[in-house]
Design a protein around this ligand. Structure first.
Ligand code: KG4
Ligand code: ZN
Length: 340
């Protein structure tokens, strides 16, 4: 290993995935994720159970990440952790772990904003992908956020549009729940939608000024449409699940792309990326490519494993902070509502 190599251990624990990753320069050596099946019976993440599971998982996950990367803890130059936003009890586990690790090894720690991490995942080395050039627009769509972000530099980002209520991921998950599908509903709707016809059922789209979003009306509309259809045919949902999912997904995509196209024009930006859990959605990935070709944009679609929550994105975001000498000290505390 040359003297110039920088090794960062990334830790992510903002919601229900405990993840640890090892980054050497801009290359990921390992990225381990322990999911939490404990929430399945509840139809959503139970914060108290999430923090407890993080506490059980964090040491073995870090241990495995180091083993898989084939490094010892003494090779690590800094530890990067998610300070927020997210569930407080979950964030506290990762933050406390990072503090003890930093203190024990005498190495610096860097705090990372989870949403910036999703965006900066695009800078992880990948022979199949070109990295974005600044400035670019990022549509960040996850279970907790929906943001249009103008990314001017690694640490210079401006949120120009956001949701007024539910996030895009919540739109998927909450409507899936209305359809009787398990949590998280996003990937299941995606799967059914691929075999459905989006033109049989139609859902309404909101009128929101500027580049902001709203998804709560869609949930109400889905409920109304289903109730009406169920009165005529009690098997409606069961018999039409694929078409319902295709319409739902199509409507969410129309809502997302309407504002994205407007924002790209307004800010005169030519490169665009997607990030966050919902960027794993097959329709979103396809539509970004097509819309990009239509408008002459350069498009950036993340590798599947860097869409949903992972520590690789925290490690790469931490690297840029490390290079700037932006270290956190032992007084740092988790912040559930940390802003981009
Ligand atoms: O980024 P993420 O893992 O966690 C948060 O930071 O929130 O995003 C999770 C969200 C969930 O709402 C999940 O349903 C959604 O991402 N999601 C998807 C797909 N895969 C994950 N939504 C639609 N289609 C998918 N294929
Ligand atoms: Zn996330």
């Amino acid at each position: 290993m040359s003297n110039k190599d920088i090794i960062i251990l990334g830790i992510e624990s903002s919601c229900d995935d405990t993840s640890a990753a090892v980054l050497k320069n801009e290359t990921i050596l390992s990225n381990l994720i322990a999911g939490q099946s404990v929430h399945e019976d509840y139809g959503g993440v139970v914060p108290e159970l999430a923090s407890r599971a993080h506490q059980q998982n964090i040491v073995p996950v870090v241990d495995q990440a180091l083993k898989k990367a084939n490094i010892s803890k003494n090779d690590i130059d800094a530890i990067a952790f998610t300070r927020g936003p997210g569930l407080l009890g979950s964030l506290i586990v990762g933050t406390s772990f990072a503090k003890s690790f930093s203190l024990g090894l005498g190495i610096p720690m860097v705090e990372v904003n989870h949403m910036k991490g999703h965006i900066l995942a695009h800078f992880i080395d990948d022979p199949e992908r070109e990295k974005p050039n600044f400035p670019f627009m990022c549509l960040t769509v996850s279970g907790g956020h929906t943001q249009l972000v103008v990314v001017n530099d690694y640490d210079d980002m401006e949120v120009v549009g956001t949701t007024k209520d539910d996030a895009a991921g919540e739109a998927f998950d909450k409507t899936a729940k209305l359809l009787g599908l398990p949590y998280p509903g996003g990937p299941i709707i995606d799967k059914y939608a691929q075999e459905g016809d989006p033109n049989i059922i139609s859902f309404s789209k909101p009128e929101v000024p500027g580049f902001d979003y709203s998804f709560s009306g869609l949930k109400t509309n889905v409920l109304q449409v289903l109730e009406k259809a169920n009165r005529k045919d009690p098997n409606f949902v069961k018999d039409n699940i694929k078409n319902i999912c295709a319409s739902l997904q199509g409507t969410i995509m129309d809502i997302l792309f309407d504002k994205l196209v407007k924002a790209m024009r307004h800010f005169n930006i030519e490169e665009v990326a997607i990030a966050g859990g919902v960027s794993a959605n097959s329709a979103l990935r396809k539509r970004l490519k097509e819309t990009g070709e239509e408008h002459g944009w350069k498009t950036h679609i993340p590798k599947f494993e860097y869409c949903t929550d992972n520590a690789a994105m925290i490690a790469i975001a931490g690297r840029y902070q490390f290079l700037e000498g932006n270290f956190a000290d032992q007084s740092v505390s988790a912040s559930a509502r940390l802003k981009v």
